[in-house]
Design a binder for this molecule. Structure first.
Ligand code: ZN
Ligand code: ZN
Length: 360
């Protein structure tokens, strides 16, 4: 199973058609020296190992090539039950409640959305694969049973500091979860039945009463190329809220665990006017390798994605987070971006106003 998963990850990379060298390194590590094969042969070879997965990826790729680069197809529509308070829908204010790690309760336009649920306590360990673990050094602001009723969860990836065993046991298995295809498969195995996988740049729409929420998967790169295939796939996400007039009122971008990389530049090309951004920082380091943005990269990411307001998350919760928030604060000061950042401690809420006029 383990080998199959690794093959599937590599197949994902190969099917994206970008990274043949990673695949060769993978074969080399597996002790397979005869890797001088053409792409078609690689795909055939991989198909024998994990056919469905690759066929699905190929089908997606085919579908994608027919679409314009500017706009990917809308994959799915989720229709949520309307609240009784719908008549009083507030499109002009919203809030971000910071629970800890990358766990945030986002409320806007009648939606209550939870990101990356991590409710473990101080002193407990997360398992990050390959026998490695890290100890939590903070407390979540609330316990999982103190959560309000949720509409959906947006999950960046299946690392235990983003979806832990408490979340796996205690969350309602019928809650819709929007995430990347790899994490969606894992969630299915954990008993979650309403998972909505999205590939990078693909979107789905969620309808609740008079509001439409469009969620698009953003690129993210958790590790440098040589070890990328040892990590679970990650997605950032763009949440765009539309009111009754179908114009976008608010855009929220969450980075997911990512390093600064070229793919992030495409975000601003496709989505201008990002109102709010949750940046996963912390400079996670395992065996000397950087696996999430440190403070300096966080400030650079702000320049690249250009949100009107950024909130750092995922910066002090685990021992493997090596870049303290002060690194980010310093880089932000040096870049002259202080007026674009809001700092939240666990348990604090940021409330925001959304102007009446809509986006372009
Ligand atoms: Zn991670
Ligand atoms: Zn993380």
């Amino acid at each position: 199973m383990f080998v199959e998963e690794k093959v599937a990850n590599v197949a994902g990379i190969v099917c994206e058609g970008k990274d043949f060298s990673t695949f060769r390194l993978y074969l080399f590590l597996q002790g397979i020296r005869d890797y001088k094969v053409r792409d078609r042969q690689i795909i055939d070879w991989l198909t024998n190992y994990s056919g469905d997965y690759i066929q699905a990826r190929l089908a997606n790729r085919k579908g994608r090539s027919k679409m314009s680069n500017q706009k990917e197809k809308e994959l799915v529509e989720i229709v949520l039950p309307e609240d009784e308070s719908e008549g009083l829908l507030d499109m002009e204010h919203g809030s971000v409640y910071f629970i800890g790690t990358a766990t945030v309760l986002f409320r806007y336009a009648g939606f209550t959305i939870l990101t990356d649920p991590n409710f473990l306590h101080k002193g407990e360990k997360v398992h990050i694969g390959y026998g490695l673990s890290s100890t939590r050094v903070t407390e979540p602001a609330i316990d999982i049973d103190q959560l309000p009723p949720l509409d959906l969860i947006v999950l960046s990836h299946m690392h235990e500091d983003h979806f832990d065993r408490i979340a796996a046991h205690r969350l309602d298995k019928m809650l819709p979860i929007v995430t990347n295809p790899g994490a969606a498969d894992d969630l299915k195995k954990k008993g979650f039945s309403r998972t909505y996988p999205v590939n990078t740049w693909e979107s789905l729409t969620v309808i609740k009463g008079k509001t439409t929420l469009r969620i698009t998967a953003m690129p993210a790169k958790h590790a440098p190329v040589p070890v990328k295939f040892l990590m679970p796939p990650v997605m950032g996400s763009m949440l765009e809220f539309q009111g009754a007039s179908n114009s976008t009122r608010m855009r929220l971008y969450t980075s997911g665990d990512t390093l600064l990389c070229d793919q992030l530049r495409e975000i601003l090309r496709r989505f201008s006017d990002i109102d709010l951004s949750l940046l996963h920082l912390g400079g996670t380091k395992i065996m000397g390798m950087l696996l999430a943005m440190d403070g300096k990269q966080g400030a650079q990411a702000m320049r690249i994605v250009a949100p009107k307001t950024a909130i750092p998350v995922h910066f002090n919760d685990y021992k493997v987070f090596k870049s303290p928030l002060d690194d980010f604060k310093k880089a932000v000061r040096e870049a002259g971006l202080e007026n674009k950042v809001r700092y939240l401690n666990h348990g604090e809420t940021y409330t925001f106003d959304v102007p009446v006029e809509s986006h372009a």
